[in-house]
Design a protein around this ligand. Structure first.
Ligand SMILES: [Zn+2]
Length: 337
C-alpha cells in the first residue's frame, strides 16, 4: 500500500465514526442513507418492504438496505456512530419498540426493533415515528427552516401529520399530529381507522383508489386502471394519478379535486386551532404534484381560515424522497451528540 492509499484509509476510518445512518421504513419500500456531520448524503439504497415473514424479515431487510447504502459510502455499518429508523405505528423512543404498525405486514403486536437491529448491525439504533422524523428533517434542513412553528402534512397512501410548536416537536401523549383522522365530514365516508368522515377517507391514495374502483365498476370511464396494467403495478401509484391527470382523465381530476378540498378543510381547521407559521406538504402525492397543487390547497384553505388575511406559508417538502431517511439519521445524531 502506497503512502497516499494508507492516508486515504486513515481518513476514511476517522470519518466513519462521525457518519450516521438513517432508514425510512415504509409500507411498500425501505430507504436508507449514510450522512456526514453536515447531513449530506454519502450513500443511499432502496429495497421493497418484505410482504411475508413479519418483523424479523423486515429487520433483515432494514439491515441489508443500510449495508447497501454503507457500501456506496465506503464504510461498514458497525463503524457508524449510530442509526436512526423512522417507523410507522406506535413507537416507544426509549425502548425502541414498535407496536400496531398496521401498514406493515403481520406487525399488529409489539416488536423490539431497535435492540434487534442494533445487535445485527453492531451499532446503536434509535427509533422514531416516520412522519415526525420527516417533519423534523424539513424543519431543520428543508422547507421549514427559519419557522418556529409548523405543521407537516404527508399526503400519500394515507395522510400523516406532525407538529413543531415553539421551536420543538409537539408529541402530545405520543399520538399528536394525526391530521389524517380529523373529521371533516360528520357521518361521512368510512375511514381505515374505523371512523367516519376523516380527512384520509377523502384524500388518502388508498381511499381514492377504492373510490375510483367503485366508480369504474359502475361503468364510469377512466384510464387509471389501464395505466396501472401498462406499468405492471397492482395499485394506483402517485405517478399513475399524475399521468391520468395529464391525459385529461375526468375521474382522476374529480377525485384529486375532492382530495384538495378535503386537505384544505383539514389543514385550515388545524391552523385555526394552532396558528402555525408554516405548513410543509410532503408525501408521495404531495411531492409529485408539488407547487401547483400546494397553491390550489392554499386557495381552497382561504375560505375556511378564521384569519384569512394572514394565512400560513404553504411550502412543498424540499428533501424529496430521501427526507424520511435523512430525518431518521437526525435521531442518531441527537443522542450521540
Ligand atoms: Zn380515520
Amino acid at each position: 500500500m502506497g503512502p497516499s492509499a494508507s492516508m486515504h484509509a486513515m481518513a476514511t476510518a476517522a470519518a466513519a465514526t462521525i457518519l450516521r445512518g438513517g432508514i425510512d421504513l415504509g409500507g411498500t419500500k425501505i430507504e436508507a442513507v449514510v450522512v456526514d456531520p453536515g447531513d449530506r448524503v454519502l450513500g443511499a439504497a432502496r429495497r421493497p418492504t418484505p410482504r411475508e415473514g413479519g418483523p424479523p424479515a423486515v429487520t433483515i431487510a432494514l439491515a441489508e438496505t443500510l449495508a447497501a447504502a454503507c457500501r456506496q459510502a465506503g464504510i461498514e455499518p458497525a463503524a457508524l456512530r449510530g442509526v436512526g429508523v423512522g417507523s410507522p405505528g406506535l413507537v416507544d423512543g426509549r425502548t425502541g419498540s414498535v407496536s400496531q404498525a398496521r401498514n406493515l405486514p403481520a406487525w399488529g403486536g409489539t416488536f423490539a426493533l431497535a435492540p434487534t437491529l442494533a445487535a445485527r448491525l453492531g451499532t446503536p439504533v434509535h427509533v422514531g415515528n416516520d412522519v415526525q422524523v420527516a417533519t423534523e428533517a424539513e424543519y431543520r434542513l428543508g422547507a421549514g427552516r427559519g419557522f418556529a412553528s409548523l405543521l407537516g402534512v404527508f399526503w400519500g397512501t394515507g395522510v400523516g401529520g406532525a407538529l413543531i410548536l415553539g421551536g420543538g416537536p409537539w408529541l402530545g401523549r405520543g399520538r399528536a399530529g394525526e391530521i389524517g383522522h380529523m373529521v371533516i365530514k360528520r357521518g361521512g365516508a368510512r375511514c381505515s381507522c374505523g371512523g367516519r368522515g376523516c380527512l384520509e377517507a377523502y384524500a388518502g391514495r388508498a381511499a381514492m383508489e377504492a373510490r375510483a374502483r367503485r366508480r369504474a365498476k359502475k361503468g364510469r370511464h377512466t384510464i387509471l386502471f389501464e395505466l396501472m396494467r401498462e406499468r405492471g403495478r397492482d395499485r394506483l401509484t402517485s405517478a399513475i394519478w399524475a399521468q391520468a391527470l395529464e391525459r385529461g382523465d375526468k375521474l382522476a381530476a374529480e377525485l384529486l379535486q375532492q382530495a384538495v378540498e378535503a386537505l384544505a378543510v383539514g389543514i385550515a381547521s388545524a391552523v385555526n386551532l394552532l396558528d402555525v407559521e408554516a405548513v410543509v406538504l410532503g408525501g408521495g402525492l404531495g411531492v409529485r404534484f408539488g407547487e401547483p397543487f400546494a397553491r390550489r390547497i392554499a386557495d381552497a384553505m382561504r375560505r375556511h381560515l378564521f384569519d384569512d388575511k394572514h394565512p400560513p406559508e404553504l411550502r412543498v417538502a424540499a428533501l424529496g424522497d430521501l427526507g424520511g431517511a435523512i430525518g431518521a439519521a437526525l435521531l442518531a445524531g441527537r443522542t450521540a451528540g
